[in-house]
Design a protein around this ligand. Structure first.
Ligand code: PGA
Length: 256
């Protein structure tokens, strides 16, 4: 592992009412032990962040925002800045495939957001991944390289230590069509190469790379055992209490 702690992030997307979110987090906080080798993070609706930040034990659970805008403040109706998220969250997802493909976020947006997150002393989780057609055209590694370069080119070699990268093939997100560990292993190598090219070998060794895309409590072990993978970004399965707890329990004690 690139870091001694495995990073497990539950991305709740636009699901659960604020009341349900609070109950879920409360139960998780009650039932979970503080694992030394696993960092458990949840990304609830932005509306729930304030309540949850007062409700949870931050030694056990950390909070993540699902998105932010890249300006710190100003006339940007409906947006939330990394500056406003300070004190509420530890992590911010940037460039999730749903942001890129439903809301048209470009590499330029992603790059500005990554920069604003680190500028505000939070940790970005940069999401990258190829679409079905890019995959069938054999473009996976080119797409990943482009997204890494596009997303990280405003970051300094000092700031890269705060960045994590989530490889989430678009065809695997929410589809049940999960990627094979050997495919993920090669993409993780491509990511580390690109990070090495941009920031040097120490940064490449240390950067945390997560896998996301149809991870379940049944297939989780194969991903935890994949060389070069330091954690998971989980959507659907993180919304089911038992499954998410099983994933957390299985992550604990698994290591290379
Ligand atoms: P999924 O979502 O686990 O439901 O495929 C992953 C994600 O969007 O981060």
């Amino acid at each position: 592992m690139a870091n001694n702690k495995r990073l497990i992030i539950g991305n709740w997307k636009m699901n659960l009412s604020i009341h349900e979110t609070s109950l879920f987090a409360h139960k998780l906080n009650q039932d979970m032990k503080a694992h030394k080798d696993v960092e458990v993070v949840i990304a609830p609706s932005t509306l729930a962040l304030q309540t949850l930040s007062m409700q949870i034990d931050h030694n056990k659970i950390k909070l993540c925002a699902q998105n932010c805008y890249w300006r710190d403040d100003g006339a940007y109706t409906g947006e939330i800045s990394a500056n406003q998220l300070r004190g509420l969250v530890s992590y911010v997802l940037v460039g999730h495939s749903e942001r890129r493909h439903i809301f048209g976020e470009t590499d330029r947006d992603v790059r500005n957001k990554v920069q604003s997150v680190v500028r505000n002393r939070l940790k970005p989780v940069l999401c990258v991944g190829e679409t079905t057609s890019e995959r069938s055209n054999g473009e996976t590694h080119r797409v990943i390289n482009d997204q890494i370069t596009g997303g990280l080119s405003n970051i300094t070699s000092d700031e890269i230590k705060d960045v994590a990268i989530a490889y989430e093939p678009v065809w695997a997100v929410g589809t049940g069509d999960n990627a094979m560990p050997h495919e993920i292993q090669t993409v993780a190598k491509t990511i580390r190469h690109q990070v090495e090219h941009m920031f040097g070998s120490e940064a490449a060794k240390k950067i945390r790379i997560l896998y996301g895309g149809s991870v379940t409590s049944d297939n989780v072990i194969s991903y935890l055992e994949t060389p070069g993978i330091d954690g998971l970004l989980i959507g659907g399965a993180s919304l089911e209490y038992k499954k998410f707890m099983t994933i957390i329990d299985k992550s604990h004690g698994q290591g290379d």
